[in-house]
Design a protein around this ligand. Structure first.
Ligand SMILES: O=C(O)CNC(=O)[C@H](CS)NC(=O)CCC(=O)C(=O)O
Length: 270
């Protein structure tokens, strides 16, 4: 593993596929011009809208999003994560909420179907029933083993509330873990940063968290604060509440140092 720059992109995605892909490319371009080699896009980056509209357009969203990710990886010579988009599951009328990691050749490195679905009545009055359109994944997320970038683990959004998933990624040797999200503004203000820092600290790995921000559609407000956190829990970059990019250096020496200073992973009893 070498030292390199990673980017967590922050967007206000809307219910318009082409518009979102154009916005995503602008931020990818910006990140690459600052030297980023590993770039993450948030959950719902290519389409964020009503569940029924997402379902109606799911075939086109899935196809065009995958083509876009491959094109971006090759054009900018980066490893890129598409942090969550719908992929139809044959014969069910539902989709998997899918995260996809692509390398600079356009080759697929890892794919994950979100296992924890957000079926929650948020106290601000909004009701979320992700399981009405999304099929829960059945497998724990993968870790992609990379000589160059370190071992990269995947997850999506609401997963961040389930520490056992992140401990699994640590057991598989993760050095860098993605948490692409579309966190609600209401839960995000109290929970987002704390949960991300906890996952980084307890597992002594980097956390890269691309995010949605602002008003995406109707009454849907997202929290923002895409960030990159080091294995000590320090916030290295925070994109604030406007669309943009959080960039920080991922360093193997820092991973080794923190794991020496705080060897908690070696002291597990259970
Ligand atoms: O609602 C949308 O349009 C898009 N959102 C999503 O796709 C997903 C599932 S509904 N959002 C979350 O998981 C939020 C989790 C969260 O906010 C928390 O855990 O507090």
């Amino acid at each position: 593993m070498k030292s390199y720059l990673a980017a967590a992109i922050q967007m206000t995605s809307v219910p318009e596929l082409q518009k979102n892909l154009a916005q995503a490319e602008e931020f990818i371009d910006l990140a690459v011009r600052q030297g980023a080699e590993l770039v993450g896009l948030p959950e719902n980056f290519s389409f964020m809208g009503e569940e029924k509209d997402k379902l109606a357009q799911a075939d086109a969203i899935a196809q065009e999003t995958e083509t876009f990710l491959i094109k971006m990886a090759q054009r900018y010579q980066i490893t890129i994560l598409g942090g969550g988009f719908p992929v139809p599951v044959d014969g069910t009328g539902k989709v998997y909420n899918t995260a996809l990691l692509i390398d600079f050749n356009g080759q697929e490195l890892a794919r994950y179907h979100k296992v924890h679905l957000f079926d929650v009545n948020v106290p601000d009055g909004n009701t979320y029933q992700e399981s009405s359109t999304v099929m829960a994944g059945k497998l724990l997320p993968p870790v992609h083993f990379s000589e160059k970038l370190g071992n990269v683990g995947l997850s999506i959004c609401y997963d961040v509330r389930f520490p056992e998933l992140y401990r699994h990624l640590a057991d598989k040797g993760a050095d860098v873990v993605f948490v692409p999200a579309a966190f609600t503004a209401f839960t995000g203000k109290d929970h987002w940063q704390v949960l991300l820092q906890a996952r980084a600290i307890e597992n002594t790995y980097y956390v890269i968290a691309p995010a949605q921000t602002g008003t995406n559609y109707a009454r849907r407000q997202t929290h923002g604060h895409a960030m990159i956190i080091d294995p000590w829990g320090a916030i290295l970059a925070d994109a604030g509440d406007k669309p943009g990019v959080a960039i920080a250096e991922i360093k193997p020496t820092r991973l080794e140092q923190v794991r020496r200073q705080m060897p908690s992973l070696q002291h597990r009893v259970f």
